[in-house]
Design a protein around this ligand. Structure first.
Ligand code: CO
Length: 215
């Protein structure tokens, strides 16, 4: 218990603060969640989703893994996306990478990482897809930063490839898909400004699950 004393103290203080502002805060919280956002980010302890976005409990549905990957065979990710899109009906999906990401760094240095190899392979595939652009960058730091950004783009594309997302899109034009990067060096959140409709058009002939002739 002594390891966690501080944490439980913090929690008591947090409850006290919430109740002092809103006496029925937890009664309302217990009634249900209606988040507008699904956030998919890195597990990195420095990238605290709610804190850096300044949002409150109930506002964001969250999934985190190493290097914010969207892997089609990942049951965990698929369940999160399906629940968020079909049941919570989130309006926006955000894939948020971050500079100085350890997962990205590991993927840039080919070596045997044991259990992590298959996870890192997805990142190495992103490198291979964008090899020309990345190899043209002379500085390692530039390549590192750019791979963080390109990984966000590729994971946004992977979101588009998911059937539940496409079904919802065809029905409601939602959710929007957004690629962001958190800059741990400045604390700033950067919107990569990805035009996901344009991106989808460019891969549609391969990944569209409801081709035009079947609508
Ligand atoms: Co990371």
């Amino acid at each position: 218990m002594k390891y966690f004393e501080k944490i439980f103290e913090n929690n008591k203080e947090w409850v006290r603060q919430k109740l002092s502002l809103t006496p029925d805060y937890f009664e309302k919280l217990a009634q249900g969640q209606h988040p507008e956002y699904l956030y998919i980010g890195c597990s990195d302890s420095r990238v605290t989703a709610e804190d850096l976005m300044g949002v409150q409990p109930g506002e964001v549905f969250i999934h985190r893994n190493i290097a914010n990957l969207v892997v089609s065979t990942d049951n965990n990710l698929n369940a999160v996306v399906q629940y968020a899109v079909e049941h919570l009906k989130v309006k926006h999906i955000i894939v948020c990478g971050h500079y100085e990401c350890g997962g990205i760094k590991a993927a840039m240095n080919p070596s045997d990482m044991g259990q992590l190899n298959s996870w890192l392979q997805t990142l190495r595939d992103v490198y291979r897809l964008h090899r020309e652009e990345l190899d043209a960058l002379t500085e390692t730091q530039q390549r590192f930063d750019r791979l963080v950004e390109l990984n966000v783009l590729e994971q946004c594309l992977n979101i588009i490839k998911i059937d539940h997302v496409q079904r919802s899109w065809y029905k409601t034009q939602f959710p929007t898909i957004n690629g962001w990067v958190f800059d741990v060096r400045t604390g700033k959140l950067v919107d990569l400004g990805l035009d996901m409709e344009k991106e989808f058009q460019s891969i549609r002939s391969i990944y569209d699950l409801k081709p035009l002739d079947k609508k």
